[in-house]
Design a protein around this ligand. Structure first.
Ligand code: KG4
Ligand code: ZN
Length: 359
């Protein structure tokens, strides 16, 4: 199918309610006509993590509103669309259900095609949305809920080369910030503190580097950080600003080193790729980006702008267009899936983390 397609995308799998309109003509760069996101950080702040029931209710309230805004900002009405794409999993089931029900309602009312999208496919296809990157390429997904290496051969052809066996790195950044009394989300606060810290003062472990392959682990690092903090507090009765900065710098260096070495291994498994791309909130980290760019050479390194790196509906609209072009769509039996691995042949990952399934 070579015609220009305009899709509405809906995203509600975790703690961001998103609606976006994307237009794409084969051979041209895709156009993000609108990309509206309503976050829920304040709603969950007091609980130290996303509360699924609260998230689902907020999605149900906000989805209609963000959809209206996305259509208005794009300057289109439902009549101008060629289809509606919605995240059908993996994620927190109440939120995913809210999105799927709205998409079904809109498709039933308008007769538009309904296209269910895997949230992870949305992230994984983002370098095509932003840079028209040719298949095959390597993707590192690093966020608060996901951490995996994917070889991407087509709109629905993904091979998982490795992933976390416990926490996602964003979770570890958030936990580190909490342990050090820094504001959430933890990634930006830890990165900020680390700027004035000495990464060599605390010897943090580099988990799983002694094992072959591309799997990762971050829960041990969290524990190591807590022990190091407790040792300083026991010795001095508290943490100075410099202690905090050194702890942040040491932790960040450990995460970046592990991700860099595992990326080197994943790249070695893919000698034929057109690029190495990252997505997810943790990909905003400058130390990490710089190290990944170095290890990617000579293949190009791609890091999408932050609004398209973190959870958003533009990536869902775009992934829906790519799937629709292969001749696929769904009907009213489309179901919401809490777990939905992109690569059904890879062994299931252990652990699901507080931000939901990593499938
Ligand atoms: O992709 P995202 O918005 O949501 C999902 O979790 O899916 O990622 C959010 C995560 C949070 O854990 C946050 O602390 C982390 O990304 N993050 C960062 C940075 N900015 C955000 N981690 C490290 N360095 C950053 N600069
Ligand atoms: Zn995500």
């Amino acid at each position: 199918m070579t015609k220009t397609l305009t899709f509405l995308g809906l995203e509600s799998s975790c703690d961001d309610t998103g609606a976006a309109v994307v237009r794409h003509t084969p051979g041209d760069a895709a156009q993000v006509l609108s990309n509206v996101i309503a976050g829920q950080t304040d709603l969950h702040a007091a609980f130290g993590g996303v509360v699924p029931e609260l998230a689902a209710r907020a999605h149900a309230v906000k989805l209609d509103l963000v959809t209206e805004q996305a259509l208005a900002q794009a300057g289109v009405t439902l009549k101008d669309l060629d289809g509606i794409a919605v995240t059908a999993g993996p994620g927190l089931i109440g939120g995913v259900l809210s999105g799927v029900m709205l998409a079904k309602g809109l498709c039933a009312a308008t007769g538009l095609p309904l296209v269910g999208v895997n949230h992870l496919a949305g992230h994984a296809l983002t370098p095509r949305l932003t840079d028209n990157l040719a298949f095959p390429y390597l993707m590192l997904l690093v966020s608060g809920g996901h951490c995996q290496f994917l070889r991407v051969d087509g709109p629905q052809a993904f091979t998982r080369l490795g992933g976390t066996i416990d926490d996602a790195p964003g979770e570890a950044f958030d936990k580190t910030a909490k342990l050090l009394g820094l504001p959430q989300p933890g990634g930006p606060s830890v990165e900020h503190e680390a700027q004035t810290g000495d990464p060599a003062r605390f010897a943090f472990p580099r988990p799983l580097l002694d094992r072959p392959g591309c799997d990762l682990s971050f829960s041990g690092l969290k524990t190591a950080l807590m022990r190091a903090r407790d040792a300083v507090v026991a010795e001095k009765g508290g943490l100075t600003r410099q202690d905090r900065a050194d702890l942040c710098a040491g932790f960040q260096a450990a995460v970046a080193d592990v991700l860099t070495e595992k990326s080197r291994r994943a790249l070695a498994l893919c000698p034929d790729i057109s690029g190495f791309a990252v997505a997810g909130g943790v990909a905003a980290n400058k130390t990490l980006r710089a190290q990944l760019e170095q290890v990617a050479a000579p293949v190009p390194f791609l890091a999408p702008p932050l609004a398209l790196c973190t959870d958003n509906a533009a990536m869902i609209a775009y992934a829906g267009i790519e799937r629709f072009r292969t001749g696929q769509s769904d009907d009213m039996t489309l179901s919401a899936r809490p777990r939905w691995p992109l690569d059904s042949t890879a062994p299931a990952m252990i652990g699901s983390g507080k931000r939901g399934a990593k499938a």
